[in-house]
Design a protein around this ligand. Structure first.
Ligand code: SF4
Length: 273
């Protein structure tokens, strides 16, 4: 697997020491595979990439065919399988596929809309020992429901996240796609307990202290007990590239901030002053 955080750490180290890491020997690993195992889905989201609906589709792979493909992927040195769809939990053999993938040594993720996760399903997911479960949210409450075209979808997905959390499953959920109304309470709750927060803004607010997202997030955290330091980087201005070295420098700075080291809170990336 190509680990971007590890790569950025190596770049930052090279910048500090002036020495590039030695090239790796041997065959490189294959790509990460996000596998749309089934087209059927219980939702019909506005933005669906698969144009899925809640009925069976012809031409899906049988369990035996999935296993054969899995053997091929292993032979191609694929390290990571993300089981996705459609809604992968609608495949009756999903847990057989996951168990075989784990036994074969893949890093196995599950990408689900989360609405089908009740207590019993959460138990099955936890028992399957997925390395990661991803549940996407497109906004808060009704905003998510509108995109997903199902009233209550947000509550059901969030309920799924909570059921998995209490079972110790590593699950991620938050994507900020909508800016207004700004989900300040939810952001504050999501960032509670963090040691440092870095906000990347691809915009400036003329005359304001920092970028627009930074201002909102800092306001959302203002007055919260134990709120983490919030640092801002404005990047990509005027169409400039934001490269890995810049991101590595952000991470280094955040690590320092988490240790209590002070410095500039508002920064520009990739701009000559
Ligand atoms: S949950 Fe995913 S697969 Fe299902 S309709 Fe929405 S975007 Fe499509």
């Amino acid at each position: 697997m190509f680990r971007i955080s590890q790569y950025m750490r190596l770049l930052a180290q090279a910048e500090r020491t002036g020495t590039l890491p030695a090239p790796r020997r041997g065959q490189p690993p294959g790509p990460v595979v996000i596998w749309n195992l089934i087209r059927r889905c219980n939702l019909t989201c506005k933005h669906c990439y698969a144009l899925s609906a809640d009925h069976d589709y012809a031409g899906e792979l049988s369990t035996a065919e999935v296993f054969t493909v899995m053997d091929d992927l292993k032979a191609f040195r694929v390290p990571v399988l993300i089981l996705s769809g459609g809604e992968p939990l609608l495949r009756p053999d999903l847990f057989d596929i996951a168990a075989r993938a784990k036994a074969m040594g893949f890093y196995v993720g599950l990408s689900t809309n989360g609405t089908l996760i009740d207590a019993a399903m959460a138990d099955r997911i936890a028992a399957a020992e997925f390395d990661y479960v991803g549940i996407s949210l497109d906004g808060i409450g009704e905003v998510h429901d509108r995109f997903r075209r199902l009233a209550g979808a947000f509550d059901r997905s969030l309920g799924g996240v909570r059921l998995l959390h209490v079972r110790g499953v590593k699950v991620g959920l938050l994507k900020l796609r909508l800016f207004r109304p700004f989900p300040a309470t939810e952001i504050a709750a999501a960032l509670k307990g963090r040691k440092a927060v870095g906000v990347l803004d691809r915009a400036v607010s003329f005359g304001a202290a920092g970028g627009p997202l930074f201002s909102e997030i800092r306001s959302a955290l203002y007055g919260q007990p134990g709120a983490p330091p919030v640092l801002n980087w404005m990047y990509g201005l005027g169409g400039r590239d934001c490269d890995l070295r810049q991101i590595a420098s952000v991470i280094d700075r955040l690590v320092d901030a988490a240790k209590g080291k002070t410095g500039e809170a508002i920064n520009l990336l990739g701009v000559r002053l």
